[in-house]
Design a protein around this ligand. Sequence first.
Ligand SMILES: *[C@@H]1O[C@H](CO)[C@@H](O)[C@H](O)[C@H]1NC(C)=O
Length: 390
Amino acid sequence: MRSSFAITLSILGIFSQSIDAQVVGTASGFATGVTGGGSAAAATPTSLAQLKTWLTDSTARTIVIDRTWDFVGSEGTTTGTCCQTATTTCSGGTSAGQLTIADTCDSGTLVTCTYDTAGRTPIDVGSNKSIVGKGSAGVIAGKGLRVRGGNKNVIIQNIHITNINPRFVWGGDALTLDSTDMIWVDHCKFSLIGRQFIVSGWGQAGKVTISNNEFDGKTSYSSGCNGKHYWTLLLVGLADQYTFSGNWVHDVSGRAPHMGTTVTASTIFFHAVNNYFQNIGGHAFDIDKNTYVLMEGNYFDTVTTPMTSGSTTAGGAIYDVITVAEAAACTSYLGYICEWNKAYSSGTLYDIANVAVLSKASQYKSYLIGHTAVADVPANVKANAGIGKI
Ligand SMILES: *[C@@H]1O[C@H](CO)[C@@H](O)[C@H](O)[C@H]1NC(C)=O
């Protein structure tokens, strides 16, 4: 009796997995080995409260997001003060700007402002979670996710995080990594966020793979006054290794990405491979100290500033493959020929080939993922990045 009951349960388990979304594929790059909720049966929350409980508790879970979970209004609104500057009013700009939630305002006017309360406090995700969208229906609006305080081993796949106080700087971040490890963010979309799409620090983000995501910066509230979101990826963790591959970063205007900090204890290794940077009315890479950045096979299309000039002198170690000789020089360190980066209808991608990056990368050989030809990147990435594609 008991064993046939167990068999029935396991058949039901398999059946429910085939109708509920499960993680598709496995992470490559630095988050190789991340298991998230592991074999926990996929389960679909039926209320905001249940979603919150499942995300935050210490049980291994596969949480299916099959609809829009909208936190806007769930904690009411806050009326406070905001700093209004020239980039808020955007006189002559093509969009409205952002107000900065603040108590003081040195270069502008302090004004009263009202913003959504929920957006300012992200959900603290527990260890061992897979958060998986179903089809193209998985949306979390009005509140971001944060993995911190030693929680780790989290997979976020096929989810769109959106509408977190987009009008307000400090209105909320979509994804925060702080004192964590083993994070895979795959086939997600980020849009309409007040502050960063992804932010790490000051604790370690650890081993992170950010793959096949769409970072969509189109906004009516742009601090660059150009309809493009400025705060894209700010990576300033203590000991971080990132694989950033197959992402479509478009219509943003800054920090796309920024990595590095003057905190001397920090070391960040960043492997950017086969990403498509498109319509960036500002800067893509902004690289500060204490970083090793290997860029290969990235395609910059209509990017005002593929890399800030400050990146060339800040002290970070950069190897961006531009020439045949630079591509070939990878071989003795990494065992393969690197792919070159291409800038089309874009500003200058500085040619920097610091072999300290290759030397560092050679310590991480098993985490370096392969590349496709840079010419194929725009079509491949647009077909594959974001939600509803797996
Ligand atoms: C996460 O999973 C690992 C491996 O099964 C386990 O050792 C750890 O205790 C889990 N963490 C929590 C918070 O349940």
